[in-house]
Write a protein that binds this ligand. Structure first.
Ligand code: NOJ
Ligand code: CA
Length: 629
């Protein structure tokens, strides 16, 4: 499609080419046109909270018996059964979560599940789906129709969340349906109609391979079964249409973002097609995948993060934080810094979803019951690069140590709703910091002091700064000769202690045992009718070189390189900047990137130009790769 001939494109033609019908119910031209100028929702200032729906809060006891009452345990002694949590329970606690500072909730899968026990365990977790177009009736009101087309407490949840400015993240599973449960396996329904059955797979919806035994064999990882779960055959277009249609229906109902299960068990081409279709349908969707045990040294996981159209959960950082703060592993914080030193392997390290525990590993407190250590771990993910995800109950120091706190004992019922715990207060403050200080959500991260026990770093973006120091060992006094903070007086938002920065230095910085210091300075925000968040990857710059964006509009210097818009260095793979557009908002523009060096000719990208149609208002993301051999 060529759209560049006039500054104001023919939107009707563009819409027609994109398959939009000219009917009266069609969205406005602007809205339908979005897919051309928007790329995924900006999620970096969010604070995510991950809820296992059955274990959060029972807002409606009427639904507890469910279709098969034997799967429900009212005594909450039997960890494999349902305990009564539901969507009404989340609605009831939205004000609590809002007060905590939660801005996005990841709910465990809501799809209708196999209603039976396998080895004494029910599908309370939501990963044994029977019907991707229906909601688990145990999470709804007793008489509510669970097909996706009826209005239920699910819609109330979305409405109430959106009213509070919160986003809903749905956990989706494309790799598999259900394991063998009492002789039934992979019986799959399409809004109530049986469409596939693993044991009578006439239409080839499933792979029929043994379980994965060799985790170094790529073939096994992609096409064999994970724990006996019926594994979908992605080569079957009927399967792909089914799953994509189902997920689009959830998005149409108001879901804002997706957490995607078991991404390493399906081929990359599947995910690329999936994300292409999903983001054409709803351009703003942010998604992050679970690539089990991803780490920066694992090229397959980083390639996935860079090429799939979705981000990933940062297992590498999670492991390092647990090793250092829960186990006092040798090297201490050097291990955490070693992870950040690899950030350049990701195109967008600032969108990795960070965490310190989840439903598949013992909670942090099961490894080390010291709540102050957990505070440091949470403080770290709330202030370092990435989008933090808090596992439900962390703010209440929730954990159960039975069998080392492994699954299912890492999924206890929430029992306390205390809004005064130290962790509750920390999360509340750090969430505010993330929303207000762009250095924390968007900026670079530079280590300023690291030893086994002490870790200091600064986040910076334009004239905003956030300096963080933490000490897991004995009291110590250190000097930070260059904090990158402006000179002046600062108050730590955690301890309320006062600090003086002189000539950029923090001298005689005393840090008590388990103390964390956070000094924030918020500069001017970029203002414009349309803000482009421009990111350039893959450019190798030397000391003294910088990147600019130059183009055919006044905001980009009208091709005058002296007036081009400068980006900021984030890491050796990433330059970033927010570019304000006002005169050119709503217009088609052309641009390219260039390297500027003091006293030398600029080096331009080796291409004619890049083209973009700017949204009339709002925020837009560009994710470009340097083009020059
Ligand atoms: C990863 C999920 O986090 C886990 O809880 C689940 O059992 C497996 N994927 C299989 O769906
Ligand atoms: Ca209930």
């Amino acid at each position: 499609m060529t759209i560049a001939s006039s500054p104001v494109p023919n939107l009707t033609a563009v819409r027609a080419a994109a398959g939009f019908l000219a009917d009266e119910t069609a969205p406005t031209i602007e809205a339908g046109f979005e897919f051309l100028f928007t790329r995924s929702l900006e999620f970096r200032q969010e604070t995510i909270y991950f809820i296992i729906v059955d274990r959060f809060h029972d807002g409606n006891p009427d639904n507890n018996a469910g279709p098969n009452p034997q799967l429900f345990d009212p005594t909450r002694q039997h960890w494999g059964k349902y305990w009564g949590g539901d969507l009404q329970g989340i609605v009831d606690k939205l004000d609590y979560l809002k007060a905590l500072g939660v801005t996005a909730i990841w709910v465990s899968p809501l799809f209708e599940q196999v209603e039976d026990l396998q080895f004494d365990r029910a599908a309370m977790h939501g990963y044994w789906t029977k019907d991707f177009k229906r909601i688990n009736p145990r999470f709804l009101g007793r008489d509510e129709d669970n097909s996706l087309f009826s209005c239920t407490v699910f819609d109330t949840l979305i409405t109430e969340m959106h009213k509070r400015g919160m986003k809903l993240i749905l956990d989706i599973v494309c790799n598999h349906s259900s394991p063998d449960v009492n002789g039934h396996k992979g019986e799959l329904y399409d809004n109530g109609q049986l469409i596939a059955d693993f044991y009578n797979d006439v239409n080839h919806w499933y792979h029929h391979n043994p379980e994965i035994t060799d985790w170094n064999n790529p073939e096994q990882i992609l096409y064999y079964e994970l724990s006996g779960l019926a594994t979908f055959n992605e080569s079957n277009p009927d399967y792909r249409n089914y799953i994509k249609t189902a997920i689009k229906q959830w998005l149409d109902r108001g879901v804002d973002a997706l957490r995607v299960d078991t991404v390493k068990h399906m081929p990359l081409w599947f995910w690329q097609e999936f994300m292409a279709d999903i983001q054409t349908h709803k351009p703003s969707v942010f998604a992050f995948g679970e690539w089990g045990f991803s780490k920066p040294q694992d090229r397959q996981s980083t390639h996935f993060a860079n090429r799939s159209g979705m981000s990933i959960l940062d297992f590498g950082l999670c492991d390092a934080i647990r090793e250092v703060l829960a186990w006092d592993a040798p090297g201490g914080f050097e291990r955490v810094q070693a992870i950040f030193d690899q950030d350049h392997v990701y195109d967008t390290a600032s969108e990795l979803v960070t965490f310190v525990d989840n439903h598949d590993m013992p909670r942090f407190l099961s490894l080390n019951p010291d709540g102050d250590r957990l505070r440091l771990a949470v403080g770290l993910i709330m202030t370092c690069r990435g989008i933090p995800c808090i596992y439900y109950g962390t703010e209440q120091y929730l954990y159960d140590n039975t069998h080392g706190g492994n699954d299912p004992y890492n999924r206890p019922m929430m029992t306390r709703w205390d809004t005064d715990t130290p962790l509750f207060k920390d999360i509340q403050q750090f969430s505010k910091l993330r929303r207000l200080n762009p250095a924390v959500s968007l900026g670079s991260q530079q280590q300023k002091y690291v030893s086994a026990d002490v870790f200091c770093y600064v986040r910076r973006y334009r004239d905003s700064r956030c300096f963080v120091a933490m000490n897991k060992g004995n009291p110590i006094t250190i000097n930070i000769p260059q904090t990158d903070l402006q000179d002046g007086e600062y108050f730590c938002m955690v301890t309320k202690r006062r600090f003086e920065v002189q000539q950029g230095a923090l001298r005689g910085l005393s840090l008590g045992h388990h103390e964390m210091i956070v000094l924030s300075n918020i500069g001017d925000r970029v203002k414009g009718t349309t803000i482009v968040r421009a990111q350039l990857n893959g450019v190798s710059t030397q000391m003294g070189e910088s990147i600019v964006v130059v183009g055919d509009c006044p905001e980009l210097g009208n091709w005058d390189i002296a007036k081009a818009y400068p980006l900021e260095y984030i890491n050796p793979n990433t330059w970033f900047g927010e570019i304000p557009f006002t005169a050119s908002a709503g217009k088609a523009i052309t641009y390219k990137y260039a390297i500027q060096r003091e006293g030398q000719a600029p080096v331009y990208e080796d291409l004619v130009c890049r083209r973009w149609i700017l949204a009339a208002s709002g925020t837009v993301k560009w994710k470009d790769s340097w083009s020059r051999v």
